[in-house]
Write a protein that binds this ligand. Structure first.
Ligand SMILES: *[C@@H]1O[C@H](CO)[C@@H](O)[C@H](O)[C@H]1NC(C)=O
Ligand SMILES: *[C@@H]1O[C@H](CO)[C@@H](O)[C@H](O)[C@H]1NC(C)=O
Length: 415
């Protein structure tokens, strides 16, 4: 090889690389990488928990053995666990449980909030105690910078009379129906009362902020959020909090019977409130069950939400300031759960996303309320068929829908 040739070949290669870089550049800034990575020479270099050309998808790993994964209560149906690590290194889950042998369909008003603990982040979690009685649902645990644990949820403590009227008792077989339907009369909106229980310890005792008075009420009239539910706090380092929620139009005067579920946002200078809507309009055009976290370097915020009515199991949105959100159209994940050892299950339902965060606030595990596949004999109405699944983040797996596995490494211009 002559000296001349040795110089020419790399130059030609460089020119070819420059052309392909221009043709296939996907990003100019981190915003083009969904704030889930850095833009390096036109390509997104994703942080470990994200994958895809634009860091749009969660990189979900194989979940631990299904027989010990997450939380299953052998006594009945549970739904939507939210987990936090205690100072002593144990893991604490707050999760809805449906009382009186009823299934998930009776969540309104049979839901209570249970506390379960585990030595491992992904389980198995064991029941420890009941934290809030009927009616309490949609728990999300977080911690304020002052050390106080906050259990955001929806609920209303039912009086003895209300319990006898509105609770279903599935131990009574065909007499299980409550005397009054959950949707009739006064308490139709009990599931629209966002409250906070707080404690210095994850083992309680828990107090209700403002004696359980809702921190935010739904709006009447012509608004998009005539009902509010699914509270999702984003605690800022200075103690202020964004509180995302799902609103729907079921009490709108023109309501036709088809709900429009969208996500909105409140803000408060401190977790004690007062909470105000950041604006009159929703932050997403559809969706529910939001969960939010911040990049540990302060460069942005991420939301994962469930959007099954639009056919998306887990959807990703991101924001620089917590107020204006950009929606990623491609799904962040789907119904396929992959297990340690190589098997996988297409779940029937995968909802209520929650993250276990590390000490920097970065997600380590994705938790979902799930219902197993029908082929495994776990029918939709079976009392014990709903549970909370944990899956590690930072691994890269293909998606169920036939989407090809994405390249994990960043392609550089010289490849
Ligand atoms: C999961 O655990 C069960 C019960 O211990 C065991 O029988 C089974 O072989 C395990 N599955 C895998 C894939 O390791
Ligand atoms: C905390 O930071 C946010 C965002 O910069 C700001 O809007 C808010 O006023 C701050 N809160 C306090 C208590 O300083």
């Amino acid at each position: 090889m002559t000296r001349m040739a040795a110089v020419l070949i790399p130059l030609a290669a460089l020119r070819a690389a420059a052309i392909s870089l221009t043709a296939s550049a996907v990003c100019k800034t981190a915003v083009d990488c969904s704030l889930g990575g850095k833009c390096v020479e036109g390509r997104c270099q994703c942080y470990p928990i994200w994958q895809g050309a634009k860091c749009e998808m969660l990189a979900i790993g194989e979940a631990s053995n299904v027989s010990t994964n997450g939380y299953r209560n052998p006594e009945g149906a549970s739904w939507g666990g939210s987990v936090i690590r205690a100072d002593d290194g144990s893991y604490h889950m707050f999760v809805s449980f449906i009382s009186r042998d009823c299934g998930l369909n009776s969540w309104k008003f049979n839901s209570v909030i249970h506390h379960a603990v585990s030595a491992n982040p992904d389980g198995p979690y064991s029941f420890k105690d009941e934290v809030l009685s009927e009616f309490a649902h949609n728990p999300t645990i977080t911690r304020a910078p002052d050390g106080t644990y906050l259990l955001y949820h929806i609920g209303e403590t039912l009086s003895a009379d209300e319990r006898s009227l509105y609770l279903r008792d599935c131990r009574k077989g065909r007499h299980a129906e409550p005397k009054r339907s959950a949707n009739s009369g006064g308490p139709a909106n009990f599931d629209g009362r966002i409250r906070i229980a707080f404690s210095k310890s994850l083992d309680g005792p828990w107090d209700l902020l403002n004696n359980g008075k809702p921190i935010m009420r739904p709006r009447g009239g012509e608004h998009w959020d005539t009902a509010v539910t699914n509270p999702a706090p984003l605690m800022l380092k200075n103690g202020s909090v964004f509180l995302y929620y799902r609103g729907d139009d079921r009490f709108h005067p023109d309501f036709t019977g088809k709900r429009h579920r969208k996500i909105g946002a409140f803000f408060a200078q401190s977790w004690r409130g007062p909470y105000h809507r950041i604006r009159d309009t929703p932050i997403t055009p559809s969706g529910e069950d939001p969960v939010v976290f911040a990049n540990s370097d302060g460069s942005g915020y991420h939301m994962i939400f469930e959007n099954k009515f639009k056919g998306i199991v887990g959807q990703h949105a991101f924001s620089v300031d917590g107020k204006f959100w950009q929606i990623v159209e491609d799904p962040a994940y789907d119904l396929l759960a992959s297990w340690d050892g190589g098997s996988s299950t297409k779940l029937e339902r995968r909802e209520r996303p929650q993250f276990l965060l590390d000490e920097h606030g970065e997600p380590l595990y994705l938790f979902n309320a799930v219902q197993g596949s029908r082929s495994r004999g776990e029918g939709r109405s079976a009392v014990q068929s709903t549970w909370t699944m944990a899956a590690p983040l930072g691994f890269r797996l293909p998606m169920a829908s036939g989407t090809p596995p994405r390249r994990p490494e960043i392609e550089t211009a010289t490849e």
